[in-house]
Design a protein around this ligand. Structure first.
Ligand code: PLP
Length: 301
C-alpha cells in the first residue's frame, strides 16, 4: 500500500479499490448486494484532536461482524488500522468520523448464491459527525419514544453493526412530526431498544440502567458501563420498560457521535433533572478518557 500526503484530499478521503481517493469517488455498484439487500456490515470509529479513541474496540467489533456475516476482506487487522489512519491523514482532519464497510459484493450475473460474491471493503473519513451538536445539547434534546418495534434480534443480530435502519429512520420521522429532535424504538415487550446511532440510558434513584439485549453494544455504551465501575455509580444492565424511561430522574444517550448526550425532554415532558448530576459526571469522564494513553491512538503524521 502506498503512503498518503497529509491533506491530500482536504476535508475527507475514501479508500476504495485499494487506494485513497477524494470523497467524490466514494461509489458502489447498483448490483452490489450491499445496496440491493442491505447486505453489509460496518463500523464507525472517531478521531478527536488528532487521535483515534478506542480504535481497538472498533476493530474488534468490525472483525466480529465480518465473521458473523461470513464475509472476508483482503486486509489484515493491522492493514485496516493503517487504511483508517491514512483516510484521516489524507483528509487533513483533526476531529473525524471514520467508517469501515464491507458489502457482500456483486455475484455473477443472474446468480442468487451469496457465496459467489466477492466481498468488498471500503473505508472513509469525514469531519466529525455529532448526533446533536453541543449547542443543541445545551438547549436540550427532546427524545420521542416511538412505538415502532426494533427489527427482531433473532432475525438480524444487532451486535453486528448493520444498515437495517428503516425502523430507526421512520422513527425519526415520527419524532419530527411531533416536534421532537430524535427517537428511540422499543422491543416487542415494550422495553426500550435503541435509537438511530445511539444507546439509551436512564437514571433512577442514583442507579444507571441500560437495555441488556436487542441492541448494538456501542463502544460508547461500553465506555459508560466501565466508567460506572470506576466512578462507583451503581449500574444495572437489564430490560428497561419504556414507561419507566418516561418518568426517570435522568435520561442520556451514548454514541461515538458525541459521547454522553443528556436528554432534556421525553415527548415534550421535561425530565426532573437536566442535565442531571450523574449524566454530567459520566459526560465529563467520557471526554477526560480521550486523554488516556490506553485509549488514544495518534493519527499517522
Ligand atoms: N446503536 C445503533 C443502532 C448505532 O448505529 C450506534 C452507532 O452508530 C450505536 C447504538 C452506538 O454505538 P457506538 O457507541 O459504538 O457509537
Amino acid at each position: 500500500m502506498r503512503t498518503v500526503e497529509r491533506g491530500e484530499f482536504e476535508g475527507g478521503s475514501v479508500f476504495i479499490e485499494g487506494d485513497w481517493k477524494p470523497l467524490s469517488e466514494a461509489k458502489v455498484s447498483m448490483f452490489d448486494w450491499g445496496f440491493t439487500r442491505s447486505d453489509a456490515c460496518y463500523d464507525v470509529a472517531t478521531a478527536w484532536h488528532g487521535a483515534f479513541f478506542r480504535l481497538d474496540d472498533h476493530l474488534d467489533r468490525f472483525f466480529h461482524s465480518l465473521e458473523k456475516m461470513r464475509m472476508t476482506i483482503p486486509y489484515s487487522r493491522a492493514e485496516v488500522r493503517q487504511i483508517l489512519h491514512r483516510c484521516v491523514k489524507a483528509g487533513g482532519l483533526e476531529d473525524a468520523y471514520v467508517a469501515m464497510v464491507c458489502t457482500r459484493g456483486v455475484p455473477p450475473r443472474g446468480a442468487r448464491d451469496p457465496r459467489l460474491a466477492v466481498n468488498r471493503f471500503y473505508a472513509y473519513a469525514l469531519p466529525f459527525v455529532w448526533i446533536a451538536p453541543p449547542e443543541k445539547q445545551a438547549q436540550g434534546i427532546d427524545l420521542h419514544i416511538s412505538r415502532r418495534i426494533r427489527i427482531a434480534p433473532e432475525s438480524v443480530d444487532p451486535t453486528v453493526k448493520n444498515y437495517h435502519w428503516i425502523d430507526l429512520v421512520m422513527s425519526m420521522f415520527d419524532a419530527y412530526d411531533r416536534g421532537a429532535d430524535t427517537s428511540c424504538v422499543v422491543d416487542a415487550q415494550g422495553n426500550v431498544a435503541e435509537g438511530p446511532g445511539f444507546n439509551v440510558f436512564m437514571v433512577e434513584n442514583g442507579v444507571v440502567r441500560t437495555p441488556d439485549r436487542g441492541v448494538l453494544e456501542g463502544i460508547s455504551r461500553k465506555t459508560v458501563i466501565e466508567l460506572c465501575g470506576t466512578l462507583g455509580i451503581p449500574l444495572r444492565v437489564e430490560p428497561v420498560p419504556a414507561v419507566e424511561l418516561a418518568s426517570a430522574d435522568e435520561v442520556f444517550i451514548s454514541s461515538s457521535g458525541g459521547g454522553v448526550l443528556p436528554i432534556a425532554r421525553i415527548d415534550g415532558q421535561p425530565l426532573g433533572d437536566f442535565p442531571g448530576p450523574i449524566t454530567k459526571r459520566l459526560r465529563d469522564a467520557y471526554w477526560a478518557l480521550h486523554e488516556d494513553p490506553r485509549h488514544r491512538d495518534p493519527v499517522e503524521r
